[in-house]
Design a protein around this ligand. Sequence first.
Ligand SMILES: NC(=O)c1ccc[n+]([C@@H]2O[C@H](COP(=O)([O-])OP(=O)(O)OC[C@H]3O[C@@H](n4cnc5c(N)ncnc54)[C@H](O)[C@@H]3O)[C@@H](O)[C@H]2O)c1
Length: 256
Amino acid sequence: MTEKCVIVTGAARGIGLASADLFREEGWKVVIVDRDRGALDEVAAARPDLLALPHDVSDPDQVAAMLRDTLAWAGRLDALVNNAGVAEFGPIRDCDFAMWRRVMATNLDGVFLCSQACTEALAATRGAIVNIASISGLRASTLRVAYGTSKAAVIQLTKQYAAELGEVGVRVNCVAPGPVRTKLAMAVHSQEIIDAYHDAIPLNRYGSERELAEAIVFLASERASYVTGQVLAVDGGFDSTGVGLPALRGRVSDPA
Ligand SMILES: NC(=O)c1ccc[n+]([C@@H]2O[C@H](COP(=O)([O-])OP(=O)(O)OC[C@H]3O[C@@H](n4cnc5c(N)ncnc54)[C@H](O)[C@@H]3O)[C@@H](O)[C@H]2O)c1
């Protein structure tokens, strides 16, 4: 058992909740942060060992309160998982400034604000930050000018922080998930998109929240003590396959 403490943002459901549960299983003290107070209360009621904070990561005052409450509860901070994210998809012509700002406020400003707020506490424990980007930040595609750009920025922000915080012993890494059947994804993935993803992913399926959590907890833990500045795509092979021609599928098992 460890006395280590982790903050996971956006942890009232989906990948964040699966990560919070895996940290708990590994003996961490876990702080979950989410602006959806109803969902957060439900999760916390079933997990009395964790600290649940109803904060919005895009608000500097609420982020300051998040750190204050965490340190008052655990006395230390060893890892920050910047997972809170929103997805709004649509053609570029329909992306007005309000939509752009909504996406950037959580996906990019939130990562910056939480990282800034937590850096000193993480330096005290030589801790780690894990940012959650997306394959949409690694490869451009249609309908996600704000989302994809916010996630590409998170990847660069990971490297900027890793470059500077290495000096104080803080590791900073990034996980880029492929498609996972969470509420966020299902709101923007039609059946047509689901089928197309299956075609383009060598493992031929969506990932699970737990599969993402395994990578996130690994990068936050001592097991990754010499890993920093990295982007780990947990995506069934999507990122590595270039244009991934569906027409070439099936030939692997049919050498003739
Ligand atoms: N599911 C996927 O297919 C997929 C793919 C690539 C990347 N991701 C990324 O993984 C992360 C988690 O996604 P998910 O699929 O589990 O989504 P989800 O919608 O199931 O969970 C996200 C949680 O974040 C919370 N949240 C959103 N904005 C917030 C804010 N400003 N402050 C505090 N909480 C906030 C929501 O209330 C929600 O509980 C996101 O960053 C997302 O972009 C997901």
